[in-house]
Design a protein around this ligand. Sequence first.
Ligand code: CTP
Length: 408
Amino acid sequence: MYMNRGLENKKILLGITGGIAAYKSVFLLRLLKTRGADVRVVMTESACQFVAPLTFETLSEHPVQVRLFGAGGDQGTVSPVEHIELAKWPDLVVIAPTTANTLSKLVAGGADDLLSNVVSAYEGTVVLAPAMNDVMWRNKSTQENLQTLSHRGYRVISPGTGDLACGYEAEGRMAEPERILDFVERLFDSDFGNLKVLVSVGGTEEDLDPVRVISNRSSGKMGFAIAEAARDRGAQVTAVVGRVSVPPPVGVRVLSVRTSADMSSAVKQAFVEADVLIMAAAVADYKASSPLVRKKKGDTWTLELIATEDILESIGKMKGRRFIVGFALETDNIEENAKEKLVKKNCDLLVVNNPLEDGAAFEHDTNSVLIYNTKGLLLETGIKSKREIADIVLQVARKEKNFQKILV
Ligand code: CTP
């Protein structure tokens, strides 16, 4: 029988905090072990209320650590600096389930138990699989904590929707062990594993006066689908987000902007650290030549519009070894215009929307695109969900360039 040992020799510290989903971590541990990982388990005291440490101890073949200073119950824990030793050991830390309390503790740098001590002394990648009641999940503090942790490079696997322990169906259920395993494997294995992917999303607004703006119908759905797909492939994703009509995916670092000038500075700043840029935003092409400082009154208004900075073109000039994907919207002479744009903006790929096709481009949940490189057409997707298109774009990007793997 074929055995996937994709995590052979990988040292994974599995942190378990106090939620009913802790029982699912038994299956997660099993899956990690069958892939060849060496797993050590650290539990919080409340996690032990849900599943006995002995279960994890038997399956991991290591003593389970619970207490900070190894007092009673922690087999083999003798060192007063156990947390420092433990923090040096793993290639990856996975906390599943992560409770709302643990999220807030991580944000504040709290270290009142072994697990939080280990995490604060650990310098590598930490994956979080939150699990909680749906109201707790939507709670502003929880959402802000997730944003803060994403900003700091923590990887968050969004919870799913399903039966909650509260007796009804809602969002907040810990991601299934198979999905967590898949995420972990991608971190080690995927060409996007630990790459820094920068995505621009949504439309920009250009001021006409203090209350009126020029904008466009971009919803941000395509850009967010790309951010989500990159996140799921193990990338560390930053999204520079303009005007959108949908919420951002969990686990993506969001930088909110309004005007094309704001977007330009945010993208340029984040680009310095990025490995890949995907410019999916619908940047306004024009802005008022002189926006009014006071609100315009009267029956007529003649506007003079001037071109905005072409952000992608400017960025193309500072490309270096990075991979750049541009978007375009073409209805005529598609191939000719695409090739010209690729060269002008120094892009590796251009994703072309045809807004005349049913179910494509702005506002829809579906899209249909043509993907070009400088040599010509690589792929025509036909109508697909934006998430499917996002995955295709990333797959094509991967084929075009064998991204340098960066160790977790
Ligand atoms: N873009 C940009 N800055 C602008 C305008 C566009 O960075 N001021 C980026 C978009 O994010 C997108 C690509 O450039 O990745 C789109 O190029 P653009 O030339 O605007 O293509 P179209 O939208 O097809 O517009 P046009 O045909 O008018 O050139």
